[in-house]
Design a protein around this ligand. Structure first.
Ligand code: AHM
Ligand code: MG
Length: 336
């Protein structure tokens, strides 16, 4: 079987869609190359001396793993010099990373979670990289980029994607016209188009949530999960299955592969925060991908991509996946 390469796919996309700028195509290629390097580092594990934690904490107060920091550096270095970007922002950095003056600047903004699923790094379970591309506001031309320039709703994303480092290394992207997946041929180091037109089934019998937080959830979320657990004879009339990898990338990848609902809702452990996951680096790019695959993504009630961000590291509740099931959760939560 002959597969297209990522480069071929992107060049063809650009021919078909004149609005797709060459800069975006190049940017995705650079991000994909950086993901390949991260995948190599992840794959070396103890042999590369990359496992374990550092003394440092990130802006969210989380202890940084060596691979979190390495992945962040790989992405910064790879993307700094190409001339497509005005600035970058990362889950692992307090503020934005401006393109140094020695390099040309472009008009795009790149945001990423360099290594998602940090708790799985040292136990050899799938982890990933998530990214989102925005355009810098037109009025920022000729002046320094600021954090405020990044505070655009998810609907403004030009492209988004993730790489999952699992049994296979895969890259899933959207340019706003559907979702496609590439598998890394580890022998030739080439991303090959293996999954065209990815679609999430509208119905599902599989949910993903960290059940250990049940006592902290809002009553409607608790009610929904109790109804799922009640099975065929309960109000939902279905026997549900449960999966929780604790790497959003892996959980979302499963949903893109066979449907399901992923939930990390608000809970009372941190009552003043709307959720655990980050809007700009995790929720927005994943919502763009899920919507482009025919699914739905909400903060439990409202569409995530419509949220006007007020802070770079803003958090949000996340309920995404199979449309009818996300809609069901919305009806539980909106009624409360
Ligand atoms: P991270 O970006 O620090 O790795 O945290 C995000 C991860 C998600 O990938 C995953 O869905 C969630 O945290 C798991 O959280 P928990 O350990 O509370 O189940
Ligand atoms: Mg993360």
């Amino acid at each position: 079987m002959k597969f297209k390469t990522l480069t071929q796919y992107l060049v063809e996309q650009q021919r078909q869609n004149k609005a797709l700028q060459a800069e975006v195509r190049l940017l995705i290629e650079v991000v994909a190359r950086a993901c390949k390097s991260i995948g190599h580092a992840v794959g070396k594990g103890s042999l590369g001396g990359v496992l374990g934690s550092l003394e440092s904490e990130n802006i969210q107060g989380e202890v940084q793993k060596k691979l979190d920091v390495m992945s962040n550096e790989i992405l910064l270095e790879a993307n700094e010099w190409g001339g497509q970007l005005a600035a970058m922002a990362s889950e692992e950095m307090e503020t934005i990373h401006k393109i140094p003056n020695r390099y040309p600047k472009g008009e795009y903004l790149l945001l990423f979670d360099p290594l998602d699923g940090s708790s799985n790094i040292d136990v050899n379970v799938s982890i990933g990289t998530i990214f989102s591309i925005l355009k810098a506001p037109a009025e920022s031309a000729g002046r320094e980029i600021t954090e405020d320039d990044f505070l655009q709703p998810g609907t403004q994303q030009v492209a988004a994607g993730y790489a999952v480092y699992g049994p296979q290394t895969m890259l899933v992207i959207t340019l706003g016209n559907g979702v496609v997946g590439f598998t890394l041929d580890r022998e030739t180091g080439t991303w090959m188009l293996t999954n065209e037109n990815i679609q999430i089934p509208a119905d599902t019998k599989e949910f993903a949530i960290n059940m250990s937080n049940m006592r902290h959830w809002a009553p409607p979320v608790r009610q929904y999960i109790e109804d799922c657990l009640a099975g065929k004879t309960g109000p939902l009339g279905k026997d549900y299955n449960m999966r929780w990898v604790a790497s959003m990338v892996a959980d979302v990848h499963r949903i893109l592969s066979r449907g399901g609902i992923f939930m990390y809702p608000w809970d009372s452990r941190e009552p003043n925060k709307p959720g655990k996951l980050r809007l700009m680096y995790e929720a927005n790019p994943m919502s763009f991908i899920v919507e482009q695959a025919g699914g739905m993504a909400t903060d439990s009630v409202n569409r995530i991509m419509d949220i006007q961000p007020t802070q770079l590291h803003q958090r949000v509740g996340v309920v995404l996946g199979s449309k009818n099931e996300v809609e069901r959760v919305r009806s539980y939560c909106a009624g409360s």
